[in-house]
Design a protein around this ligand. Structure first.
Ligand code: GAP
Length: 457
């Protein structure tokens, strides 16, 4: 199925309430976005799936939720104050600023990508990406603090706390989900590069001798998660090891998981081998030994760290692209989001076939209430059944339940599945259980309804 272009996805996201520009009534703000009623559900479902697979289904990883603003020494010691910068190039003519790595050639030879003038680009200069703020009432240098540009440092500075209270032995990991902030010079491609975004990071502490083994494991494991847990098409994902000159200041080796976005293959997640860089730096910086006693060797070692780090917003964007399909039915076009049921914002919509029949409306509302106790269900009777199905297809609702006139006599209703548009007739008392099983992954056994495939329903 061909991938949609960016405009199509941005338009769907706005039209259906997945993502809005932040503070839109004041003209928005570059690099900041608000997640609408469906977007927040999709995003929460993605975070829950990650947390479940990283923390709840494993016994070697625990969770953490650290503060966004930390002691500024953290960022001096971690190398971010000195080294967390992008080389930037300014155009002396149009005054715009570009990331040096986005330019296709040396500044002295190429034209400005905005105004087209030659010879106007400066040599690259470093620009620190951290947002600064002041803590307390006085805005002087002593009160400067930073909004974290990665969640990882909150994990490193809590290494000792967590290791002590959980009595973990190597290897073990600490996972965290939370906001990060970067003063990106060129935010863009919708929610791909933002100034405020969310990360899901896991720092996996290993014995230094096991570094390569665990690096390979996490690269493979994370790629598998994107295909198996999220359902992203494997031919739109690839692994790309970093060249030596693009490694972050803390990394010995990094492999990106890239997705085939409309603007080209781009990073969705990175798996980095941070060695003992951070724990050694914080041991020195804090004067507190962040080591681990290796019983076999009878000595203290500083663990090495393998870090899978992904952006939630890029994950949401990937899901929207990957799930999107426009299908030509016999008489109409339908847009469908093939989201996995566990990730879909709404799991089931209950629809009365005729909204002017109070008996049908009553059954449908009652069913929606029963379903809501177990999962995210909605009731809708604001259009014809065909239109209602299309609306749900477009937001990725995997199942619809239709209450029709026969329901009054046979005590059953129809479950309709999004992708195949086939149907099962199920007793009203069993609908809630059946939907819960289907959302959890039970096999679908629906039969075809040619009238809907033709676009009549
Ligand atoms: N702790 C390691 C770290 O932060 P990173 O490659 O800079 O590594 C990890 O970021 C992930 O965070 C990226 O793969 C990307 O998905 C996401 N990310 C980074 N910068 C972002 C931005 N400006 N907007 C949205 N997501 C971003």
């Amino acid at each position: 199925m061909p991938a949609p272009n960016m405009d199509v996805v941005v338009s769907l996201a706005k039209r259906r309430g997945f993502v809005f520009p932040s503070s839109e009534i004041y003209g928005g703000m570059g690099g900041f976005w608000d997640y609408g009623p469906l977007g927040v559900e999709l995003k929460n479902n993605l975070k829950a799936a990650w947390w479940r697979s990283m923390v709840q289904l494993r016994d070697d990883i625990v969770g953490l939720d650290a503060a966004i603003v930390m002691n500024p020494r953290v960022w001096e010691v971690s190398g971010h104050v000195a080294g967390f910068s992008d080389p930037m190039v300014d155009c002396r003519n149009c005054k715009l600023r570009f990331r040096a790595e986005d330019l296709k050639g040396p500044p002295s030879e190429i034209a400005c990508p905005n105004c087209g003038q030659r010879g106007t680009l400066t040599e690259p200069r470093k620009f620190n990406l951290m947002f600064k703020t002041h803590v307390g009432p006085v805005e002087d240098t002593a009160s400067v603090a930073y909004l974290r540009p990665e969640t990882a440092q909150g994990i490193f500075v809590n290494f000792d706390n967590v290791a002590t209270v959980t009595r973990r032995k190597l290897p073990f990991g600490i996972a965290q989900v939370g906001k990060s902030f970067r003063n990106e010079i060129t935010p863009g491609n919708f929610i791909f590069r933002d100034r405020e975004f969310e990360q899901m990071e896991m720092e996996f502490f290993v014995h230094p001798l096991d570094e390569d083994k665990w690096f390979a494991y996490w690269v493979a494991e994370r790629l598998r998660w994107w295909t198996d847990a999220v359902g992203v098409a494997s031919d739109r994902l690839r692994l790309r090891p970093h060249d030596a000159d693009e490694l972050s200041h803390y990394s010995k080796q990094t492999t990106d998981i890239e997705y085939a976005f409309p603007m080209g293959w781009s990073e969705l997640e990175g798996v980095a081998d941070r060695t003992d860089y951070d724990l050694t730096a914080h041991s020195r910086g804090s004067g507190k030994s962040l080591t681990y006693f290796d019983e076999a060797a009878g000595d203290h070692v500083t663990p090495y760290v393998i870090e899978p780090a992904m952006g939630v917003d890029r994950g949401v964007l990937t899901m929207l692209f990957d799930a999107y399909e426009e299908q030509q039915l016999e008489r109409e076009k339908r847009v469908v989001l093939h989201l996995k049921p566990l990730l879909a914002p709404v799991k089931v919509a209950v629809l009365p076939l005729l909204r002017n029949r109070p008996e049908l409306v009553e059954i449908a509302r009652r069913l929606a209430g029963d379903l809501r106790a177990a999962l995210h269900a909605m009731y809708d009777d604001t259009a014809s059944i065909g239109k209602l199905y299309r609306r749900q297809d477009e937001i990725g609702t995997p199942f619809c339940v239709t209450v029709d006139v026969d329901s009054l006599t046979d005590g059953a209703a129809t479950i309709r599945e999004r992708d195949s548009m086939t149907q099962e007739r199920v007793a009203l008392a069993q609908i809630s259980g059946r939907i819960q099983d289907l959302v959890a992954g039970s096999a679908w056994t629906g039969t075809a309804r040619p009238d809907e495939a033709a676009g009549d329903a």
